[in-house]
Design a protein around this ligand. Structure first.
Ligand code: SAM
Ligand code: SF4
Ligand code: SF4
Length: 341
């Protein structure tokens, strides 16, 4: 039978729905100070009980529905996605879905050395690993659980060896915390084939105490790298790519900069986010999501769920980063660990 042609849906700014990020857990083994500060996400924090998480069957059913609406990419995230038991089983269910061109995962890398091969064998295409510094004292105080750099580097090596490539490395840059490590990170991954991406620190959620002064701008990051490893800008791979790309003049590969604060890219934003408990968010900075789990568990048909998603996306007008202001920053926002990056 020929593959069904997806019926792409566009929002009020004509942005198509192309990319789905699925959070598979709200739990994490790290307590990165910019994401899950210990004072909030402490011993008493009420994480989702297992029955509230979407099952693998529910996630796969939704993924199939979203593919029917024209998405091409799925990224598994969290929390820390590798904490979800038997994640490879979910990957094995998603990978063969018709229309899926790219299945990836973002991880803190803590469990990657053990898991890389089984993830690849299950059908995962690539991984993005978060690593904010090569300096153990900086990294350990940022992850706040004293997790060593060396074990993340082992995870990166294992993922490369397993063929989860091109591998990307995410570094969130915070002024006065790890901005002194930008050049060292660039030098460490230059010529390795891994694509290092620098992320401007964002005001996601309401717990990290974000201030504009903590943001190191894309321009500053580029200048810092250019001094030691000269760079030039290159074209995006595709429309809607969030990272601006640069290549080393000496042929040592490329880097990306995700400048959501100083150069917002809402105009091309084609991403929807599904939380671990089945709420659909049309923006990283949204206050609330649409409860798809209620439809799944309430007996709705695929057609009814498709109609609900189509309706939600077609009225979407989110462009938080382009409109960021003192007032909008104070509005309630979902936590990033709840919906994923
Ligand atoms: N636990 C996984 C990890 O850290 O890779 C996946 C989830 S994490 C929320 C996804 C990405 O969001 C990570 O690369 C993380 O560094 C980034 N992130 C979290 N909080 C952020 C913030 N306030 N500003 C910018 N990036 C942030
Ligand atoms: Fe966990 Fe990732 Fe958030 Fe760090 S950024 S606390 S690893 S979810
Ligand atoms: Fe997309 Fe919202 Fe980020 Fe703008 S602020 S790029 S709409 S997720």
């Amino acid at each position: 039978m020929p593959e069904a042609i997806p019926l792409t849906v566009h929002d009020t700014f004509s942005r198509p729905l192309r990319d789905l990020r699925i959070s598979v857990t709200d739990r994490c083994s790290f307590r990165c100070t910019y994401c899950m500060p210990k004072e909030i996400f402490g011993r008493d924090f009420a994480f989702l009980p297992p029955r509230e998480l979407l099952s693998f069957e529910e996630i796969t059913r939704l993924a199939r529905i979203f593919l029917g609406l024209g998405i091409e990419k799925i990224r598994l995230t969290g929390g820390e996605p590798l904490l979800r038991r038997d994640l490879e089983t979910l990957i094995g269910m998603l990978a063969p879905l018709p229309g899926l061109r790219d299945l990836t995962l973002t991880t803190n890398g803590a469990l990657l050395a053990h898991k890389a091969e089984v993830l690849k064998a299950a059908g995962l295409n690539r991984v993005t690993v978060s690593l904010d510094s090569l300096d153990d004292s900086v990294f350990q105080s940022m992850n706040d659980v004293a997790f060593p750099v060396g074990r993340v580097l082992e995870g990166i090596d294992a993922a490369r060896a397993a063929g989860l490539t091109p591998l990307k490395i995410n570094m969130v840059v915070q002024r006065g915390i790890n901005d002194g490590d930008i050049a060292a990170m660039a030098q460490r991954f230059h010529g390795t084939g891994n694509i290092l991406r620098f992320i401007e620190y964002m005001d996601v959620g309401a717990t990290n105490g974000w201030q504009l002064g903590d943001v190191v701008s894309a321009a500053e990051i580029i200048e810092c790298i250019h001094r030691v490893l000269p760079l030039e800008p290159i074209q995006p791979n595709y429309s809607g790519e969030v990272a601006s790309r640069y290549r080393y003049l000496d042929g040592g590969g490329e880097i990306g900069i995700i400048a959501s604060v100083t150069k917002p890219f809402c105009g091309d934003c084609s991403r929807a986010r599904l939380s671990a408990d089945g709420r659909l968010y049309t923006c990283l900075f949204a206050a609330d999501g649409f409860d798809l789990r209620a439809l799944l568990r309430g007996g709705s048909t695929d057609e009814e769920i498709t109609t609900a998603v189509r309706r939600l996306w077609s009225v979407r007008s989110d462009r938080y980063s382009e409109q960021r202001s003192e007032e909008s920053r104070l509005r309630p926002k979902v936590e990033m660990s709840h919906i994923g990056g």
